[in-house]
Design a protein around this ligand. Structure first.
Ligand SMILES: [Fe+2]
Ligand SMILES: [Fe+2]
Length: 211
């Protein structure tokens, strides 16, 4: 399974989970679909562990951890029969499933004014072969952005890629309703072929694999 390297990361995740807003949202996911809840907690722990390795400041670790434990919160809105389906989804089901990203963004908008956490969350499927919901890099006109905005966007981009690497890794390494856990060589190959984020973060999560 996964070997985490920074015990203080687990304390930070516990601190995040004690926030009443987060307890509430994560509790809803737990009642709706246990597998997604367990995945979210593992992704939170792994993302924060990678954040420690990259010597993030506490404020950034908190942002990353919050976005990671909540990244699939939009799955509250996806029917259980789609989330738990054993086998490939049909096109309409896939479309419905993909809507979890925007649903999560909306859920956080209603629950908190933390725009950076929302920006990290909304990118968690943007670093795979079939990116969504924005289909690739943000096409906003960066030349018109302020310096402050550009540096905040750059930080968000790094955190989003750490989260995406942790998410892809966890989905491959653990049993899900649609697949069994995959061996390390297969996970490494999929990362090489399909993960479009930073190679450094991919290597860091893969190093934590403990077969
Ligand atoms: Fe997701
Ligand atoms: Fe996920």
């Amino acid at each position: 399974m996964t070997t985490l390297l920074y015990p203080q990361g687990q304390e930070l995740v516990q601190e995040i989970l004690h926030d009443p807003q987060i307890t509430y949202l994560v509790g809803q996911l737990q009642s709706h679909h246990l597998e997604s809840y367990e995945h979210s907690l593992r992704v939170g722990a792994l993302a924060v562990d990678v954040g420690y390795e990259n010597t993030l400041a506490r404020e950034q670790l908190l942002m990353l951890g919050r976005a990671a434990v909540l990244h699939d919160i939009g799955k509250r809105d996806i029917p259980y029969c789609i989330l738990g389906k054993e086998g490939p989804l049909t096109n309409p089901e896939r479309k419905r499933m993909d809507a979890h990203v925007r649903a999560g963004f909306r859920a956080l908008a209603a629950a908190s004014d933390d725009t950076l956490v929302r920006k990290i969350l909304v990118q968690h499927h943007e670093y795979q072969q079939r990116p969504y919901p924005r289909h690739g890099p943000d096409r906003r006109d960066v030349s018109r952005a302020t310096l402050e905005r550009r540096s905040s966007d750059a930080a968000v981009l790094c955190l989003a890629q750490m989260l995406a690497a942790a998410d892809v890794f966890d989905a491959l390494a653990h049993r899900r309703s649609y697949k069994e856990p995959l061996p390390k060589e297969t996970i490494e190959r999929i990362f090489q072929e399909e993960y479009r984020g930073s190679k450094l973060y991919a290597e860091q999560v893969l190093r934590r694999f403990d077969s």
